[in-house]
Design a protein around this ligand. Structure first.
Ligand code: XIL
Length: 367
């Protein structure tokens, strides 16, 4: 590893918690990555030894074939969320049978490497498997198949999964009420969620059961609906034990918005999971003096996220999960999400596995 140059130390301090050098110009001038080179600060300490809550990332089985990926993951992280292969779309075949090869491989990898396994996701409006569409409009058959699915999937990882996203993205896009879905039509707007939590509890009494959603910091109305939904589910007796905030953020989110949102989510006293964080450069709008300016905002925002987590009581800091490990692993850098250059760079590690300024902002905010 290289010995860090003194100016590079100062650069890192800018994006750290106790930033004293203000302003985008100072940042742009002092940053070491003007030529696309990440600022070097010596060896990146294992995140899991720096953060006082578990750091995790989403994973797909194909990535486990890459030894560099595995080494980076196990050095830094202590929790794993399946990115796709524990979703209904993967597990439930059109004929109604289940396939568990990939999710089992992820679970085995987690066990072999002493990583916490976080299940994602049991009920999601976006999934419309043929096996359920066939019984659309037959509430009894639907309810039975629904319970059967949740018992089979959450039950399979019983005792291993520390938590599950039981209901994912239930609030309408604009924040006005709840989404219509195959699930809500057959089992009721609120009831399909209550039932999902009850079935998941039956399947795995030890897992913390989460609700999860996005755009909570950028859309206060959506956040308010989410909070109301949580309240209703708790009142209805649903065994909801944790609150997820996906945190797919854009680098131009105004300072303080994330913190305000997290505090409100934490007001129930339940554990909070920053469950899918990535901070997009490409989706940020508005006027920026340069890409470097935007990157500096991105790093500061990562720092704010960790600081906000640190202000919660320890029992409420469930985990912080990035959606992907290295930039090139991110869904935001795949052609369907990122059709035009420049390539987005939303995560903590570059494609070579080096800690970016975002990594150091996270590490510094925790120290
Ligand atoms: C995305 C994955 O990253 C993709 O690989 C997959 O094809 C589609 O889903 N919110 C969620 C995640 O809860 O499950 C989504 O993951 C990203 C948005």
């Amino acid at each position: 590893m290289q010995t860090p140059a003194p100016t590079q130390h100062r650069c890192s301090a800018v994006v750290g918690r106790r930033a004293v050098l203000g302003g985008a110009l100072a940042l742009a001038a002092c940053r070491g990555e003007a030529q696309g080179q990440p600022a070097e600060r010596g060896p990146a300490p294992p995140l899991k030894s720096v953060l006082p809550f578990p750091p995790g990332a989403s994973v797909m089985t194909g990535q486990l074939d890459d030894p560099a990926y595995v080494a980076l993951f196990t050095r830094h992280l202590s929790q794993l969320t399946p990115e796709w292969e524990m979703k209904m779309e993967y597990i439930l075949r059109p004929d109604g049978s289940f396939r568990f090869d990939a999710p089992d491989r992820l679970a085995r990898f987690a066990r072999d490497n002493r990583l916490r396994l976080f299940g994602h996701a049991l009920v999601w409006y976006a999934q419309k498997p043929a096996a359920f569409e066939r019984i659309d409009g037959d509430p009894r058959a639907f309810a039975a198949a629904y319970r059967n699915y949740i018992l089979a999937v959450a039950g399979r990882y019983r005792g291993q999964a520390v938590g599950w996203d039981v209901v994912n993205e239930a609030v309408a896009e604009d924040g006005e009420g709840l989404r219509d879905s195959l699930w809500s039509r057959n089992l009721g707007r609120l009831d399909h969620m209550r039932l999902a939590f009850e079935h998941a509890r039956e399947a795995d009494p030890g897992a913390v059961l989460f609700i999860n959603d996005y755009n909570l910091e950028s859309r206060p109305r959506k956040r308010a609906t989410y909070l109301r939904l949580i309240e209703q589910l708790l009142k209805a007796g649903a065994p909801l034990g944790g609150i997820g905030n996906q945190a797919h953020l854009n680098a131009d989110l105004a300072p303080g918005e994330f913190t305000r949102s997290l505090r409100e989510l934490a007001s129930f006293g339940l554990p909070v999971h920053v469950a899918e964080i990535d901070i997009s450069l490409n989706r940020a709008r508005g006027m920026f003096s340069s890409r470097a300016d935007l990157e500096a905002r991105q790093a500061r925002l990562y720092g704010e996220v960790v600081e906000a987590m640190m202000t919660l009581p320890a029992r409420q800091r469930f985990a912080l999960t990035t959606w992907g490990l290295r930039d090139g692993d991110s869904w935001l850098t795949r052609p369907d999400e990122n059709p035009r250059p420049p390539k987005d760079a939303p995560l903590l590690f570059d494609d070579q596995g080096r800690g970016k300024p975002t990594f150091w902002a996270v590490a510094d905010a925790a120290r």
